[in-house]
Design a protein around this ligand. Sequence first.
Ligand SMILES: [Zn+2]
Length: 309
Amino acid sequence: MAAWITPSDAAAPADVAAYQALAQQDLRLATIGYRLAQANAPFCDRKTQNIGWVLHDEARYPDNGLAKTAFIFRSPVAISSVVAGGEAAQLGLQAGDGITAVDGIDVTGPIVVKKGRATARIEKIQTLLKDAFAKSGSAVVSINTAAGPKDVKLQPPAVCASVFWVDTKTKLDAGADGVSVRVTEGMMAFAAADDAELAAVVAHEMAHNLLRHRDRLAVTGRAKKDILATEIEADRLSVWLMQNAGYDPAAALRFIERFGRKTGLGIFSDTTHLRWGNRQMLMQAEIASMMQVDAQNGFRPPPLLRPSN
Ligand SMILES: [Zn+2]
């Protein structure tokens, strides 16, 4: 799967500021996801090359006039934002730069956007890039920049395979489907004050994907004890992912307490998830044992990601 964010579909904010706020959320999640995926790359068996950009299609926005006031589109699919430290940023690519071709294959048209689903053109770009990276590790992308058209060779670093996307729901929710990590706008707002708390949510969901919990549950069945076992593993692994990415793992403890007090439940229900107090104790113990492990080049190998597990 592609390893960059797919902006949420069918968002219908009412004004320019709301459009820009949505793009800002995409960047916030992409940045946290990139940091976690990059720092933990040495311990991930499935990796993908990640350019560190967020793309958006002008057709994503119901009001095209507003979209063109809110953003620059130098072609129908443009860079919405670049992740600090990612390859796109290092190459000097900027918001507004338009993607016109991948290895000479035009990606500007025709408009293949179906109602309520404005990511088809972006998916084409992602597929072309993924195939090119699989074949040679690099791709030449034609880009309309402020200084005119240019061809740029992309050869991004391989990071943990993950896709991160903002779900435009107000409900406090997050999820993992084996490949992607979904965080609702409601959850992002709940963790608005602290990126490390949002990183705790992303790391927990990413842990489910890295540990292939979906596959495992497909084999074991979804009995409460089996689901609970995956939840405990995700909580345990999450603090290692955070620590390696430079986020204070104690933010996970703060988050789980605030979230628990707010909802009274675990992320989904109290029968498949431990109560928040127990989750807090478990993660606290995991952090304590993690700190006993010597860092290697600044990173601590998570025991749950050892090949033997
Ligand atoms: Zn979970």
